[in-house]
Design a protein around this ligand. Structure first.
Ligand SMILES: NC(=O)c1ccc[n+]([C@@H]2O[C@H](COP(=O)([O-])OP(=O)(O)OC[C@H]3O[C@@H](n4cnc5c(N)ncnc54)[C@H](OP(=O)(O)O)[C@@H]3O)[C@@H](O)[C@H]2O)c1
Length: 359
């Protein structure tokens, strides 16, 4: 009698990678910790699902344990196949920290639950370590949207509606499907309201963070309220979609403050951006499908930290250089993308757009 051959391959760490036990851990409210750096999975409309999944598969082998996913990235099934294989091959589930996000067209409470279950099925997991509301507006755009594209049903932020979405998120925690909740693309006024009214507070807030866009006030607000900032576009998103590019945008890698340190250390400017992020206490989630890049990003967090002088000099790199401005999420009648970010400290309401009940 022959023994059936197992089709499951053992999960084999790559000896050229980084031992995950050496990667510093960052605490979350409630006592859990997560690795100091993660791997992004948004292909920026230029890298397909198979490329991203292959990078995640190898990323796990070289030592990444935090993976930032979202349904709208259009690759959770492919990334899930990779996660499923790694777990079946012996990678311990509690070593992994997997994030996903509910997209803007699923803010209705019943849709939140359905979206979370779909992400779980696609990612081949029985729970998510964190589930985030991707944007605070239920304003949809499809993958590959053009900068001029608008959802005709788009509207400004409505706190009561957001809290209904949030209550549905909280029920996912009650059901054991999600360990931590999170927000993304928030502002201080919006977060203040959520923190006041939530039964389960956000443990993380995913926000754009790189040396030329440090979001000092929001960043400190998060730390003061035990909300861990996850830093997206931590390298200044050099391959971001066309809709997220304007002529005024700066490249972090070209900034004198960043370049000087990179040259002195003999590293790529991306490494300096990551050292800055880790020193500050945010968790960066760089994206790459290129092995030398994602390996060097992981190695960065176990290399010599920035000196206090280098940190001081990078504090001076702030240029208010928001790259992911989000114009595709604007509503009819809105002024500019600045309306999404509450820049004067207030949340633009329905004034001028008609009341919610009239719509
Ligand atoms: N919550 C949100 O709304 C939101 C928004 C945006 C992003 N995110 C998350 O954040 C992740 C990262 O953001 P992102 O892709 O916009 O920006 P990013 O990580 O700042 O930039 C990624 C690009 O940087 C280059 N790169 C990566 N590692 C490098 C290295 N070690 N050395 C040199 N160059 C390197 C690659 O460019 P090339 O490909 O040209 O080589 C790569 O495509 C996303 O994948 C996603 O998970 C979330």
């Amino acid at each position: 009698m022959t023994t059936p051959r197992s089709t499951t391959c053992r999960f084999e760490p790559d000896p050229d990678g980084v031992d995950p036990a050496q990667v510093p851990r960052v605490p979350l409210a409630g006592g859990a910790t997560l690795p100091a750096v993660g791997m992004g999975t948004f292909g920026s409309d230029r890298y397909g699902p198979e490329d991203v999944a292959a990078a995640v598969a190898d990323g796990l082998r070289v030592g990444y344990r935090l993976i930032d996913c979202a349904e709208v990235y259009g690759n959770e099934a492919q990334v899930g196949a990779v996660l499923g294989d790694a777990l079946a091959g012996g990678l311990a589930r509690d070593e992994l920290f997997v994030v996903s996000k509910v997209w803007n067209d699923h803010h209705a409470p019943a849709d939140v639950a359905a979206a979370a279950r779909r992400s779980l099925t696609n990612l081949r997991l029985d729970h998510l370590d964190a589930y985030l509301v991707h944007w605070p507006f239920p304003n949809h755009h499809g993958p590959g949207a053009d900068v001029a594209e608008r959802d005709p049903h788009a509207r400004p932020y409505v706190h009561e509606a957001f809290m209904e979405t949030w209550a549905a998120m909280e029920r996912l925690v009650d059901e054991g499907l999600v360990r931590h909740l999170g927000t993304s693309n928030m502002t201080i006024p919006k977060l203040r309201g959520v923190l006041a009214d939530a039964r389960i507070a956000p443990a993380v807030n995913e926000m754009e963070l790189h040396p030329t866009f440090q979001q000092g006030e929001l960043f400190q607000f998060c730390l003061d309220h035990d909300v861990r900032p996850l830093g997206y576009s931590p390298l200044g998103s050099p391959s971001r979609p066309e809709r997220d590019r304007t002529e005024a945008d700066l490249a972090d890698a070209d900034l004198p403050e960043v370049r000087r340190i990179a040259e002195r250390r003999g590293v790529h400017p991306a490494v300096v951006c990551l050292l800055w992020a880790v020193a500050r206490g945010q968790v960066p989630i760089p994206f790459s499908v290129k092995r030398p890049q994602y390996l060097s990003s992981l190695q960065a967090v176990v290399s010599d930290p920035l000196t206090p002088e280098e940190q001081d000099s990078l504090r001076g790199a702030e240029r208010n250089n928001r790259l992911i401005k989000g114009p595709v999420f604007l509503w009819p009648g809105a002024g500019s993308w600045l309306d999404l970010w509450d820049v004067d400290g207030t949340i633009p309401g329905w004034d001028g757009y008609g009341s919610p009940t009239a719509r």
